[in-house]
Ligand binder design. Structure first.
Ligand SMILES: [Ca+2]
Length: 326
């Protein structure tokens, strides 16, 4: 009899290896739900439904540890939103677009579009555009250039707070980007997508993208490069290197040139200039005799030894989880 029990136990463990963890985390999840409900006084059906979705999503994906970690981390500072934003009905407040796609559930529930997010550790929420289509989705768009409709010749305060149209061209704002990329236990990768005037495309990806805070003038850090457009952030020479450079605008010169201002020389746009470097995705669209000319620069992208003229660009970020929480 004893051997039968032992064999049965081994079989059960083999068939349901995570059953203990799942059970424990079910309890944790439901108590987190209760806490969220009582702490926030959540009563509207929509709000409760949102929390339910998180729970069922956790069960569905069978990743109890990761989901529980996020529930504890995000439900406390993050208010659940159900109000309509203009004509759309977006959505639920999570920490960032990766968090939305990981916790809210299926693809059909989280299309690309505008969402309200509230990064961990912050006490305010803001809207972002989430790209839920590209490579598994979960990308928070931090910059987009398409048609030149939005003026990127802006001052320090505008680059700090953000400007433009989330459904079109925009700059999410250094402060907002700072809060997203500095959440605990996460790292972010940056994806730069480029489109040339003759319709070709190229990209640059950096792991471990983050910014320092405003007191450090939003100093930018990028990790390892991969891609097809070349590493324009670092460029070819030391003085080109924009990694670990401060942000500069026409009214705040923090670049690598002692007297002149790269922002002024680059049509009063804001960027992490060095002297001045090979990248400026915020370069303006200028109206010239030939029509509108884009000065968006990523000068390591070349064809036949000539720098490719860029028509459109975007920058988006996605979590790459700390291995400890995987
Ligand atoms: Ca200067």
């Amino acid at each position: 009899m004893a051997w039968l029990c032992a064999a049965l136990w081994i079989c059960l463990v083999a068939v349901f290896p995570g059953s203990d963890a799942l059970l424990i985390n079910n309890i944790t999840l439901s108590s987190a739900m209760q806490e969220a409900v009582s702490a926030k006084g959540l009563s509207a059906n929509g709000e409760l439904e949102a929390i339910r979705k998180e729970t069922s999503s956790a069960k569905m994906k069978n990743k109890p540890t990761e989901i529980t970690h996020k529930v504890e981390k995000c439900s406390v500072p993050c208010t659940v939103h159900t109000q309509k934003i203009r004509e759309e009905k977006h959505y639920i407040c999570r920490c960032d677009c990766t968090d939305i796609i990981d916790t809210v559930g299926t693809f059909s529930e989280t299309p690309s579009g505008r969402y309200i997010i509230q990064p961990e550790g912050t006490d305010y929420s803001f809207e972002v555009f989430c790209d839920m289509d590209y490579r598994g989705g979960g990308w928070t768009v931090i910059q987009k250039r398409i048609d030149g409709l939005i003026d990127f010749q802006q001052m320090w305060s505008d680059y700090t707070d953000g400007f433009g149209d989330l459904l079109g061209e925009h700059w999410l704002g250094l402060k907002n980007i700072f809060y997203i990329v500095n959440q605990k236990s996460t790292n972010f990768m940056l994806h730069v997508a480029l489109e040339s005037e003759d319709g070709n495309s190229a990209y640059a990806v950096y792991d471990n993208f983050w910014l320092e805070d405003e007191t450090q003038l939003f100093k930018m850090h990028v990790g390892r490069y991969s891609g097809t457009a070349g590493d324009a952030f670092r460029g070819y020479r030391k003085e080109d290197n924009q990694n670990a450079m401060l942000f500069s605008t026409s009214d705040s010169d923090n670049d690598g040139l002692s007297v002149e201002s790269c922002s002024m020389m680059d049509n009063k746009t804001g960027w992490w200039f060095n002297q001045c470097g090979l990248a400026n995705l915020n370069g303006p669209h200028l109206v010239t005799r030939k029509g509108i000319q884009s000065k968006i620069r990523w000068d390591t992208w070349t064809k036949n030894e000539k720098i490719v003229k860029i028509k459109a660009a975007s920058m988006k970020i996605r979590r790459t989880y700390n291995p400890y929480f995987k």
